[in-house]
Design a protein around this ligand. Structure first.
Ligand code: SAH
Length: 457
C-alpha cells in the first residue's frame, strides 16, 4: 500500500521559507516535509500551491505572498519569471552575497567536514551589465513574427526580448541593428525541428578594457545574403565594432557554434586587457565572461600563491593560460596543462602576445600530466588547480601531494566538489588555510571560491 503523504498534489498550504538551496530555490518545512518553492526568499510567509509530491519532499509554486521577507525586492526584469538566467533578482544584492557566502561555508562544513569558513565574499562594483558575451537564439513564432531572445526556462522555446540586465549594454544596442537587417532582407530563420532555414544565433562579444566588439552570426549555410547591409547597420550604431564573423553550423544539434569561421568585416579577433595582460578573443576561444570579477578572483589566487620570483608554478586545468600567465612575472617558471588542444594553442599565443618567455604549455589530461611531471622529477613549489565543476579526481590530488609543493591554490566554481576535494587533501598533509568566495556571476546561482592550502610541517 502506498504510504499516505502529509501533502497532496494541488494542495494549498501556508509555508515559511527558511532557507535557499544552492540552486536558488526557497525551502520551507510543512510538518517535517521539505517543500521547495522557486522565486521565494528566506523570511517569506507564503501560500504555496503544491505541484509535485515525492516521498521525501514536495515542490510548490507561489500562490500568494502573505508576508514578504525583509530582503525581498521587486524584480527589475520583466522576463525574470520565464528566463532561467537569474535566480536572485527578487532579493537584495546584499542578501544574495550573504547567501552565497553561506553556501560556501555550509559546503566546507557539511561536505568537507572542515572547520573553516570563507573569510569574505568579494563582489564587483555593480552586479549588472557585466557579461561580455551573449548568444541569442533566433526563430519565428506561428504567426511568422521574428523572435530574438532567450530559451524559456527548461525549454527550447524562444521568448522574444530586447534587453538583458546581465549582458553589456552595447549588446542591447546592437540587437535592433541585426533584427532590422533580418526583417529587411531575404534571410530565412533556422527551424530546430526541420533543420532548415539559415540564421541560427546572434553572438556578441565585447572586450571590457578596450571596448572592442565582435559580432558573430551563426548560420546553417556558407554565406549571408546582402551581408554588406548587415555590416552597414552595425557600423551605423557608432559602437566600436571591430570584427564581423560568420560561424558555420550545419549540424542538427543544440551546440551553438560550428567549427568554421568566415570573417566578413575587420579583424578575426578582438583584444582585451585583463590583469595588465593582452588577450585575443576569437569566436571559438574561451574567455571568462565577467572580466571585472575575474580580476578579483585571479588577484586573490595570486595573493594566495605567495610568489617570490623563485618558484616553479604548475597551473593544471589552465584553459587558455590566463591564471598562470597573470602570475608569470612573479615566478621563475610556469607550466600549464590543459586537455583541449585549441585552448593550449591559445595559451601559447597569449604568452607570445605578452612577451612571456618563462611559460610552457602541454596538452594533456591533468592526471597523466601530473604523473609524468612527477616521474621526471619536477617538483613545483606552487600548484594552481582550477578544475571544471566536477572537481579533481582523487588520483590528481594524490599526485599533486606527492610532488610536495609548499602551497596549492584551489580555484573552484562548485563549493560542493571543492569541499570534497579539500577533505581529500587534508590527510595528505595539505591544510586549507584561507578561503575567499568571489561573486563572479551576480544574480545567478553560481559562486566561485579561491582557497590557499599549505603543506603542514
Ligand atoms: N583556468 C582557466 C580555465 C578553467 S575551466 C581559466 O581561468 O580560464 C577548467 C578547464 O579544465 C577547462 O579549460 C577544461 O577544458 C579543462 N579540463 C577539464 N578536464 C580536464 C582534465 N581532465 N585535464 C586537464 N584539463 C581539463
Amino acid at each position: 500500500m502506498k504510504k499516505e503523504t502529509v501533502i497532496k498534489k494541488n494542495d494549498d498550504i501556508r509555508l515559511s521559507i527558511t532557507a535557499l538551496t544552492s540552486q536558488g530555490s526557497g525551502l520551507g518545512r510543512y510538518r517535517d516535509m521539505a517543500v521547495f518553492v522557486e522565486g521565494t526568499a528566506p523570511g517569506d510567509e507564503i501560500e504555496a500551491h503544491i505541484i509535485k509530491v515525492k516521498s521525501s519532499y514536495a515542490v510548490g509554486k507561489i500562490k500568494r505572498i502573505i508576508k514578504p521577507a525583509p530582503c525581498r525586492v521587486d524584480s527589475d526584469c520583466e522576463y525574470d519569471s520565464r528566463c532561467g538566467g537569474c535566480a536572485y533578482r527578487h532579493i537584495t544584492y546584499e542578501k544574495e552575497l550573504e547567501i552565497k557566502k553561506q553556501t560556501v561555508d555550509d559546503a566546507l562544513r557539511r561536505i568537507g567536514g572542515l572547520d573553516i569558513s570563507a573569510k569574505q565574499i568579494l563582489s564587483i562594483e555593480r552586479p549588472e551589465y557585466y557579461r561580455n558575451k551573449a548568444q541569442i537564439p533566433v526563430g519565428i513564432d506561428e504567426s511568422g513574427k521574428l523572435l530574438t531572445g532567450f530559451y524559456s526556462r527548461r525549454t527550447h522555446r524562444i521568448t522574444d526580448s530586447r534587453e538583458c540586465l546581465l549582458q553589456m549594454k552595447e549588446f542591447n544596442m546592437l540587437l535592433p541593428a541585426v533584427r532590422e537587417y533580418i526583417l529587411e532582407n531575404p534571410v530565412t530563420v533556422y527551424n530546430e525541428e526541420s533543420g532548415t532555414g539559415l540564421l541560427r544565433h546572434i553572438y556578441f562579444r565585447r572586450a571590457r578594457s578596450t571596448g572592442e566588439i565582435m559580432v558573430c552570426i551563426v548560420i546553417n549555410g556558407d554565406s549571408l545574403p546582402k551581408q554588406e547591409r548587415l555590416i552597414g547597420k552595425l557600423l551605423a550604431t557608432g559602437l566600436d565594432v571591430k570584427s564581423v564573423i560568420l560561424n558555420v553550423n550545419k549540424e542538427k544539434t543544440n551546440v551553438v557554434l560550428g567549427e568554421r569561421c568566415i570573417t566578413i568585416y575587420g579583424s578575426d579577433y578582438i583584444e582585451d586587457v585583463l590583469c595588465g595582460l593582452r588577450f585575443r578573443i576569437s569566436p571559438l576561444s574561451f574567455y571568462q565572461v565577467n572580466p571585472e570579477g575575474t580580476e578579483l578572483l585571479y588577484g586573490k589566487a595570486k595573493e594566495y600563491a605567495c610568489l617570490t620570483g623563485e618558484e616553479t608554478l604548475l597551473d593544471l586545468y589552465c584553459g587558455t593560460g590566463t591564471i598562470g600567465l597573470t602570475m608569470a612575472d612573479s615566478v621563475k617558471k610556469l607550466i600549464g596543462v590543459e586537455i583541449i588542444p585549441q585552448a593550449i594553442e591559445n595559451a601559447k599565443e597569449n604568452a607570445r602576445l605578452n612577451g612571456i618567455e618563462n611559460a610552457e604549455f602541454f596538452c594533456d589530461d591533468a592526471q597523466g600530466a601530473a604523473k609524468t611531471l612527477y616521474e621526471q622529477g619536477i617538483h613545483p613549489d606552487v600548484v594552481v588547480l582550477d578544475p571544471p565543476r566536477k572537481g579533481c579526481s582523487p588520483d590528481v590530488i594524490e599526485t599533486v601531494a606527492k610532488m610536495s609543493p609548499d602551497r596549492v591554490v584551489y580555484v573552484s566554481c562548485d563549493p560542493a566538489t571543492l569541499a570534497r576535494d579539500l577533505a581529500l587533501f587534508a590527510p595528505l598533509g595539505y591544510e586549507a588555510a584561507e578561503v575567499t568566495a568571489v561573486d563572479m556571476f551576480p544574480r545567478t546561482v553560481h559562486v566561485e571560491s579561491a582557497v590557499k592550502l599549505i603543506k603542514k610541517q
